[in-house]
Design a protein around this ligand. Sequence first.
Ligand SMILES: O=P(O)(O)OC[C@H]1O[C@@H](O)[C@H](O)[C@@H](O)[C@@H]1O
Length: 490
Amino acid sequence: MSPSQTAGRTRREARASTATNLRAGSECKDRRMAPKPSTTLLILGASGDLTSRLLLPGIATLLRAQPARRVDIVGADLRELDEVEWQTRVRTALQLDGVLGSGAKTALGGTRYVAADATDPKALQALIDSIACDRLVIYFALPPHVTELVCGALEQIGVPEGTILAIEKPFGDSLEAAQRLNALVTRIVPEDRIFRIDHFLGLHTVLNLLGLRFTNRLLEPVWDRDSISRVEILYDETVTLEGRAGYYDRNGALRDMIQSHLLQIMALIAIEPVASVSARDLRDAIGQVLRASSIVDPVKHTRRARYTSGSIEGREVPDYVAEEGVDAKLGTETLAEVQVEVATARWAGVPFILRSGKSLAGIRKRAIIHWKPPAHVPEGFGGHDTPDRLVIDFKPDGFELHITTNGEGDPFTLEQTVLRGELGGGALLPYGEVLASILDSDPRLAVRGDAAEQCWRIVEPVLRTWQRDEVPMHEYRAGSKGPRGWRTNA
Ligand SMILES: O=P(O)(O)OC[C@H]1O[C@@H](O)[C@H](O)[C@@H](O)[C@@H]1O
């Protein structure tokens, strides 16, 4: 059995037993109305893009993989939305390959939409009272300042026993805001019922990092500063703003991608060996890495850039600042790169380079572990003894091991050979994976409060340096590989 299969089996088993415990301990407001134990997913911000584009399709894959699972979906938002329109949105999202599975049919049958101002305690109380269920999951698909207001209202009115809060990224918009939000949410429910969402933790390749790293005798002994020269985590996208200027222009690549997703991936690559893959062991180890991490010199160790007009895969793309909804005065970057140091005995001196950008020439979503060259290459070899590297592709799932071998035809020359493999994907989209863990109360795929704060602590010196314009804003043509001179070895 491959490591990924082992990890997958463990996850499923853990979920099954957690679900059983929950079912045994759950309470129902009105058992006559809901004879079978059930969970209601109350989505706040349901009329938004995230719900249709990511959340509902995630649920669709979950209900297809586990048709017996019961999830009632209640959508709520400020916006008035016709019940028929909501039903159509849910049906469209739940229909996979044109087919509505049995689990999806049940979910669709029970779904409804409520127009409500969830920041108003009275309206929120009425909304929650209208839901008869065993266990409530409140999903905040909302901007951080609105999430904070809703949590303020929840603190006033209280939540039903067992309620879970699932909070979308970004968690706060600064260290101070994240600390304030953490203090607030933990006054409402305990930490183990707070799921700070990072859908990258539901990516199979990201999860497979654990199996790959910890179950291979071949890798673990060379996973440190003695053997590794640097680690790159790259997330180059071809997508542009996709109508998200309202959100993106206030955040930029550093906050949108590096502060959250890429630091989480970095932490999983850098964690110390864990005794178990329990939520506690994993999250303790992640916390330890993040506490030890910093961007030592933001002027020297960061770069930023913004795209200008160009064309991507035949699509004409305007200058970023000419995109609808963009405020040029904000000086938002669409490509960011930082060098993080992890000050531990394992990693001291090894740069972790994290980079992400939009409107680039091609999709490169990968981590690359670069090993040092061997201490001595026997004299007499011709050709190149390029250092070994492991490339882990997040999308599509896969990996490549680049190693040096004897050259073809002449055994006394050297050349690079690439061993390719697939890392087992799964039936669920990342949001499906994350939602499954929420519904099963398994916090392994959620960000713990301390980690969310640490990620802000790591990037804030950069944000301040950039605000003072101490790092130049470069430009790159949309559809190019980035600014000149920014090439990486990946
Ligand atoms: O590759 P994925 O799964 O679409 O994730 C990337 C996206 O992740 C989101 O969290 C960011 O807000 C987007 O800007 C980004 O495009």
